[in-house]
Design a protein around this ligand. Structure first.
Ligand SMILES: [Cu+2]
Length: 273
């Protein structure tokens, strides 16, 4: 079969959330000292041995049925994010965050009209929450810190009831310190398939593309974030390492003449794209 490389130039689905809770002081524990960020800045995993963290896994699809209960746990992971960008040689392994150890988090495939339960246990070194971007659900499960729930402290848990009344692509992400936690891995996509079978034209293949960027310094590690508050724009900063589905961009191949539907999200609110 003939193949051609696909150059992705697609139209972007630019997203943003109200920054409630974004500039609050960081919570307790795990943030003093450290092996990555000096001075007053903060990076994930400070004070921990990165080699003890599990390697980040790529996003895996999870078919979620109506009435099902799943777990979506923020976890500490390690990952090489700048192996061939030209900024450094060989890349640097850094501590990041992932949902269930994955960057991006699991791709949730759900049918329109479904309701499912999500248990979240916070296994990272900062308070967090999960916001269901664009989804019409009950406000107490929206994850908006300071409005509908308190932040989930490290070691704490929260259970969300998620309804998906509308078809389309959505996403979930942290709603605490989005400037930091989001680009460092706490994001994932939700594809809600329509209840009417003929809503979309048929395709040979579907690809979900999630765009992100990180600001990396000359030492190959991310420039530390503000410890107590966002220190660039409130919800992010312009990066110099561009990530597609959590990794460096690489070509996709598709069979000649095949039809591919792309769902494209950009998750870093400070993203320069
Ligand atoms: Cu959002």
């Amino acid at each position: 079969m003939n193949h051609r490389s696909l150059l992705i130039i697609g139209t972007l689905f630019l997203v943003a959330c109200a920054p409630i809770g974004s500039n609050q002081m960081m919570g307790n524990g795990g943030m003093m000292g450290g092996n990555q960020a000096g001075g007053s800045g903060f990076l994930p995993g400070q004070g921990t041995d990165i080699s003890t963290l599990p390697e980040a896994k790529p996003s895996m699809a999870m078919n979620v049925q109506d009435g099902q209960t799943i777990s979506l746990n923020p976890t500490m992971v390690r990952k090489v994010i700048n192996g061939s960008t030209g900024l450094t040689t060989g890349g640097r392994e850094i501590a990041m965050y992932g949902y269930n150890g994955q960057i991006p988090g699991p791709l949730l495939r759900v049918k329109q009209g479904a309701t499912f339960t999500v248990h979240v246990t916070n296994n990272i070194d900062l308070p967090t929450s999960v916001h269901w971007h664009g989804i019409r659900l009950d406000s107490q499960f929206d994850g908006a810190i300071g409005i509908s729930q308190k932040e989930i402290a490290p070691g704490g848990s929260f259970t969300y009831t998620v309804k998906v009344p509308d078809e389309g692509i959505y996403w979930y992400h942290t709603h605490v310190r989005e400037d930091l936690q989001q680009p460092m891995g706490l994001y994932g996509a939700i594809l809600v398939s329509p209840s009417e079978a003929d809503t979309y034209s048929s395709v040979d293949r579907e690809e979900t593309i999630i765009l992100n960027d990180l600001l990396v310094g000359s030492d190959g590690t991310p420039v530390p974030y503000g410890r107590a508050n966002a220190d660039h724009t409130l919800m992010g900063r312009f990066g110099n390492v561009f990530l597609v589905n959590g990794s460096e961009p690489r070509p996709l191949e598709a069979g000649l003449g095949s039809i591919v539907r792309f769902s494209i999200l950009t998750v870093n609110p400070g993203c320069l794209i």
